[in-house]
Design a protein around this ligand. Structure first.
Ligand code: COA
Length: 353
């Protein structure tokens, strides 16, 4: 190495040293702010818990208060209760940007790793990615189910599809539990539905190739095709709704107001619901066909009756939950639009004071 080259290297290194000093200062500031942030997060969480406890005590006292109250006192009580309700909503919003503990299922499979997403951009991206994941896998399932219609004598392709379904539903339960930690309002049944569907696909995977299997195979393929088609339609409804919630009140050129959102939601639901109920009737039909097969003398496999029960359970759970969702949406009170409006929006409506 020449002398000049060595000098140039040393000059470079000295330059870098100066920059490194700045990096060290920035990192120290970052660590300090991180510590401060963690301490403030803990303080806010403790404070919210304390407020909730005090509010519950106040509400208990209100309930115990005598019934013979003057008009003025009744009015004050009503005002108090309205304020308590408003405060509860504000607490939910505050919690949107605070870390949450993992539920039991996530604690078992992931441990206490922090899966809280603390800004609305990340929440939106994660939810959108979850919807896209469902869409992509649904297309793969469709292709495999179509291949099954042409390849009848190779059981391995059935096994690939069922194994994919086991993995898919299992993954959904994990992703959905992470969504729940981050404030998603997914109904408990949809999570349960994906646990039950994992078991259903697992049992189909180990169902021996016999007379009953061959009898049901064609119907199972058509059902799988139909369900993946429903999942694709669900994607367009959910991602449309997600996009509109995010831009609610921000894109005036697209008329995305609360009323606009509601009207779009109802149009989407009206289109989707017949297909959903078609799927539930299909599940009931599967349950009946499997039940009849289980009573045939040629039926030796326990999988047939168990799958019949599972399909019936899915039919009943899906029908009841979807009807409940419709009822909740018809009753306007069930839709907390103020909360929804701010769910994925970048600007929070939390008061800055
Ligand atoms: N799976 C996962 N998440 C669901 C869900 C489902 N089936 N249904 C609703 N959610 C989510 C929504 O995305 C929303 O999430 P967010 O709080 O993170 O924003 C939350 O749950 C609340 O949604 P909600 O207002 O109750 O319903 P919706 O308007 O989003 O959807 C339906 C209503 C009826 C269209 C929807 O529940 C649905 O598609 N259900 C049928 C599912 C089904 O039967 N699948 C099997 C196919 S046969």
């Amino acid at each position: 190495m020449s002398n000049a080259a060595l000098m140039s290297c040393l000059d470079d290194w000295n330059d870098l040293e100066k920059e490194y000093a700045q990096l060290e200062t920035d990192h120290k500031t970052y660590v300090k702010q991180l510590e401060e942030m963690t301490a403030t997060q803990k303080k806010c969480l403790a404070s919210i818990a304390h407020h909730r406890y005090r509010m519950k005590r106040i509400q208990d006292s209100v309930k115990r208060a005598g019934k013979e109250l003057s008009e003025e006192e009744v009015e004050s009580l009503q005002k108090l209760q309205a304020s308590v309700q408003e405060r509860k909503i504000t607490f939910r919003e505050m919690e949107e940007v605070l870390p949450h503990k993992n539920g039991l299922y996530l604690s078992i499979i992931l441990g206490q790793v922090n899966v809280s997403l603390l800004n609305k951009n990340d929440k939106y991206d994660y939810k959108h990615e979850y919807e896209r994941f469902k869409l992509t896998v649904s297309y793969v399932i469709m292709i495999l189910a179509l291949a099954m219609t042409f390849v009848t004598e190779y059981r391995w392709i059935d096994a690939v599809l069922n194994f994919l379904l086991v993995w898919y539903y299992c993954t959904l339960t994990i992703r959905e539990s992470i969504l729940v930690v981050n404030g998603s309002r997914i109904k408990g049944w949809w999570l349960t539905h994906h646990f039950v569907s994992t078991v259903c696909a697992g049992i189909s995977l180990i169902w021996p190739t016999g007379w009953t299997y061959q009898q049901f195979r064609r119907q199972y393929i058509i059902f799988t095709l139909y369900i993946s088609f429903v999942y694709v339609m669900q994607y367009y409804y959910q991602s449309g709704s997600l996009y509109r919630l995010r831009t609610l009140g921000q894109r005036h050129d697209m008329d995305i107001t609360v009323e606009g959102f509601m009207s779009w939601m109802w149009k989407g639901m009206t289109f989707l619901l017949p297909f959903l109920f078609g799927g539930y009737i299909f599940q009931l039909y599967n349950a009946v066909v499997l039940f009849m097969l289980s009573r045939e003398p040629q039926c030796k496999e326990w999988q047939v009756i168990v799958l019949s029960i599972i399909h019936f359970l899915l039919f009943a759970g899906n029908t009841i939950t979807t009807l409940m969702v419709i009822r909740q949406k018809v009753k306007k009170d069930g839709l907390n639009l103020t909360f929804l409006q701010n769910k994925y929006r970048f600007t929070s409506h939390l008061k800055s004071n």
